[in-house]
Design a protein around this ligand. Structure first.
Ligand code: COA
Length: 199
């Protein structure tokens, strides 16, 4: 399923890592117009997968949950992806948001209880997508990038894209929300964006 020109969602995959690997290889082969056998993937020192041949100038990042595989790609620079379901967030949002900045956690707990897991998923996927675009993952926690200023945290989707700042970089974040088999899926992609005033 095409979420936009550079973001795809594959559904119905088996849980095994091999199923995700095959889907990714097929995706990259189609995108790059090459046989799968010619696609070589390596991992950077933080574990982020990338094409072995940097001359291809093609960046990608993956995230998976419950048989879904999100693949975000870019022809211009590093990209990050994250996917969750609201159902998975319901039992964990309270503990998981302990890794957020205190102001973000305060905003979540101020929401009406039925809105909290969805708002948490919105923050979590955006933060993870940005940290995966950076390549560091979540080893340093999720307080940064900061999202406490986000307007109307209880608004239902669709949510308009935002820009987030971390480590001196600016990232454009786009969310995709869609029901699949009666489950609400929240996906986010992040990529570096020119800083305001530098274009
Ligand atoms: C990467 C990370 C965010 C995964 O999050 P998750 O919610 O468990 O899983 P997701 O499905 O969203 O993402 C997993 C995918 O992210 C990608 N990935 C792995 N490391 C990554 C990194 N450092 N940066 C960006 N993407 C990464 C891979 O494609 C991985 O899929 P795979 O395991 O099937 O290859 C988390 O494991 C993390 O923070 N890792 C930190 C990096 C790390 O510990 N490195 C160890 C060596 S220093």
């Amino acid at each position: 399923m095409r979420l936009d020109g550079q973001t795809r969602l594959y559904a119905g995959l088996a849980a095994a890592p091999e199923a995700r690997r095959r889907a990714l290889l097929g995706h990259l082969a189609a995108e790059l117009g090459r046989p799968e056998a010619d696609i070589a993937i390596e991992r950077d020192p933080f574990g982020k997968p990338r094409l072995t041949d940097p001359h291809l100038k093609y960046w990608f990042n993956c995230s998976s949950v419950d048989g879904l595989l999100l693949i975000a790609s870019s022809r211009t620079g590093p990209v990050g992806a994250d996917i969750e379901t609201v159902q998975r967030c319901i039992p964990v949002w309270e503990d998981a948001s302990a890794t957020f900045a205190p102001a973000e956690r305060a905003r979540l707990t101020a929401l009406p209880p039925p809105d909290r897991a969805l708002a948490f998923a919105r923050l979590w996927t955006a933060k993870e997508a940005v940290l995966k675009a950076r390549g560091t993952g979540i080893v340093h926690g999720l307080a940064e990038p900061a999202l406490a200023h986000l307007d109307d945290l209880s608004a239902p989707p669709p949510w308009r894209p935002i820009q987030m700042h971390v480590g001196g970089e600016c990232y454009a974040v786009t969310w995709y929300t869609l029901p699949i088999d009666e489950v609400l899926v929240i996906a986010a992609r992040a990529e570096t964006s020119p800083k305001p005033g530098t274009t």
